[in-house]
Design a binder for this molecule. Structure first.
Ligand code: MRU
Length: 362
């Protein structure tokens, strides 16, 4: 992805291997700022405070977090403690556990003195894999949008997306947005309905920002508008990301995704989840019962951040002083509401058999 004409990944090593640089996503869209992480503590904080977020990027940061931790202590107890602390930061996105475990499996058999370097190499490899996977998702998803364009000549194709499953949520390209970028670049007229995605507004702040950087036509809508647009034929497809998808195709994603899927089902609008292999949790089959849902601070519901007319970025309280607030961060869309899963290996039905056909080794 390009920002102001310059290509960026969302995470990359800096300073002779002693740190990594990331985009501070808490400051977008008002400010594009890079921050460096130099320790396990930095990585834990960056994930927990959502400086970085989005399942694949959380995984990448977790992998580099392990490497940064091993720089100061590469003994086996320290390795286990780093794993425990990182995995505890965000419970829903399974990419985190997967990436951290990949690093552990790579370095644990090595002598202590070789572990940090091996962890950095492993993290870099996982990042490259994520980029390649997201690019492949883009190609497969583009075919779906091309087919919709072929069936609807002379008009734009309207895609609704929820939260941010774009470049900012991955190392590059995105999952749900990769097909949109590839279609746009190929000249397919695509327009995106961007759910604002309360309470943290990842759609309004992040998805709208990155689509704008790439020049993709888009319109931000209130979270409640999607059903109405679908009833009136203004949505050709929904594409969302996922933080954890079960082996049977239930899709865990940002809170509110389920409501979009219900509306899409009622209106016969195809509903796709785009995700890379590491988002599939092969150990579970019942999303409602088994996907852990992160409960985040009620302050995220209470306080909304934005820029005043005078240009100052402030947070304002939108609740009565004594009202309670609750903030479940994710929900589960049952597989029966998902038209298809777009992966780096192709598109499959949201079923155990469909996923197994694409990932026979699992
Ligand atoms: O809480 P967040 O911002 O980390 O949630 C992100 C999402 O729900 C994304 O849709 C999901 O991680 C897919 S990212 C490619």
């Amino acid at each position: 992805m390009k920002v102001g004409g310059k290509h960026y990944r969302t995470i990359y090593p800096v300073g002779d291997g002693g740190g990594v640089e990331v985009i501070d996503q808490t400051r977008l869209p008002h400010e594009f700022a890079l921050v460096q992480l130099h320790s396990l503590d930095d990585a834990v904080r960056a994930i927990a405070d959502m400086v970085v977020r989005g399942a694949p990027l959380i995984g990448a940061t977790g992998a580099y977090g392990m490497a940064l931790g091993l720089l100061s202590d590469a003994t086996t107890p320290a390795l286990e403690e780093a794993r425990r602390r990182l995995v505890a930061t965000r419970p829903t996105a399974v990419n985190l556990r997967w990436a951290v475990d990949e690093v552990v499996a790579t370095v644990a058999p090595l002598p202590v003195a070789e572990r940090a370097a091996a962890a950095f190499a492993c993290a870099a490899e996982l990042c490259d894999e994520d980029v390649a996977s997201c690019a492949a998702i883009g190609e497969y998803g583009k075919q779906i949008l091309a087919e919709l364009a072929r069936k609807n000549p002379g008009r734009r194709i309207n895609v609704l997306t929820h939260c941010n499953a774009g470049w900012l949520a991955t190392v590059d390209y995105g999952t749900a947005l990769a097909p949109i970028y590839k279609a746009h670049d190929a000249g397919i007229p695509v327009h995106v309905w961007v759910d604002e995605t309360r309470p943290r507004n990842q759609g309004a702040s992040l998805t709208a920002w990155e689509l704008g950087q790439h020049g993709v036509p888009h319109t931000v809508i209130a979270d409640n508008a999607g059903g109405h647009l679908m009833q009136h034929g203004q949505v050709d497809a929904c594409i969302v990301g996922s933080d954890r998808t079960t082996a049977a195709g239930d899709v865990g994603n940002k809170i509110g995704t389920y409501l979009k899927a219900l509306a899409a089902h009622d209106c016969s609008v195809p509903f796709y989840a785009a995700l890379t292999g590491p988002t599939i949790d092969w150990t579970i089959t019942d999303g409602l019962a088994q996907i852990p849902i992160e409960e985040r601070s009620a302050d995220e519901v209470r306080w909304v951040r934005g820029r005043t007319a005078l240009g100052e970025v402030v947070a304002v309280n939108v609740l009565p002083e004594h009202s309670a607030a609750a903030n479940p961060g994710f929900d589960v869309t049952p597989a029966r509401l998902v038209t298809g899963i777009i992966t780096e290996r192709g598109v499959c039905p949201a079923t155990a058999a469909g996923l197994r056909r694409l990932y026979p080794e699992m």
